[in-house]
Ligand binder design. Structure first.
Ligand code: CDP
Length: 212
């Protein structure tokens, strides 16, 4: 079983996807970490961030262990990840890993939950259940500030709000795999839902869709 969870930055998709995977005993993949890992590798190696060929090469030689590295979580890396995520050849290099994870989740478990921007539309258009998770700009900015504070990187609310808006516009307006709900996605607005309520609602939808 494949569950796709898409949505804009800091809408709560990662937390929701992780929670679903835990409840259902499925594997979880944060696909954004792949783009972040490529961005991080470029900065670490002193690669010119605007060099498209170099970005594509970095995605081809990605050390997959980097997706778990705390260093990829900064807002600067998020910005560069979004900039390079526009490059079609770079996206193509990351497709096999994601599809393979979906079809053969590690640990031999019965399903995969993958969160990102294009999972229900491009990576796994045949996913069994699709979610498009949103929240108000204000709620998303507040959540990201809390998250950054939790990582010891305090941030200013207005700056974060502006950064998220810029990144969302970039992700929505790109030609390659833009951020948008799949026609058959369940829309989940988490503005007024805490983590437990959002998870309960999502699990209800999965149960209805698949009798689990
Ligand atoms: O965690 P946050 O919501 O800030 O972003 P992320 O999920 O880590 O993704 C970082 C960037 O990678 C996004 O802004 C997208 O541009 C890109 N991305 C993508 O293009 N496709 C995906 N499936 C996941 C992320």
């Amino acid at each position: 079983m494949i569950i796709a969870v898409d949505g804009p930055a800091a809408a709560g998709k990662g937390t929701l996807a992780r929670g679903m995977a835990k409840s259902l005993d499925f594997a979880h993949l944060d696909s954004g970490a792949l783009y972040r890992a490529v961005a991080y590798a470029m900065l670490r190696d002193g690669t010119d961030p605007s060099d498209r060929e170099a970005a594509v090469a970095a995605s081809r030689h990605l050390n997959i262990d980097l997706i778990d590295a705390p260093e990829i979580r900064g807002e600067g890396i998020g910005k560069l990840a979004s900039a390079i995520a526009k490059i079609p050849d770079l996206r193509a290099n990351l497709l096999d890993f994601q599809r393979n994870f979906a079809r053969h989740p590690p640990g031999g478990v019965a399903g995969a939950v993958i969160d990102g921007r294009d999972i229900g539309t491009v990576v796994c258009p045949d996913a069994d259940v699709k979610f498009f998770v949103t929240a108000s700009d204000e709620a998303r900015a507040r959540r990201r500030v809390l998250e950054l504070e939790g990582r010891g990187a305090p941030a200013d609310l207005e700056t974060v709000r502006a950064d998220l808006a810029r990144r969302d516009a970039q992700d929505r307006n790109r030609t390659a795999a833009p951020l948008k709900p799949a026609p058959d996605a369940h829309l989940l607005d988490t503005t007024e839902l805490d983590i437990e309520a959002a998870l309960a609602r999502a699990l209800e939808i999965v149960a209805q869709a698949h009798g689990r």
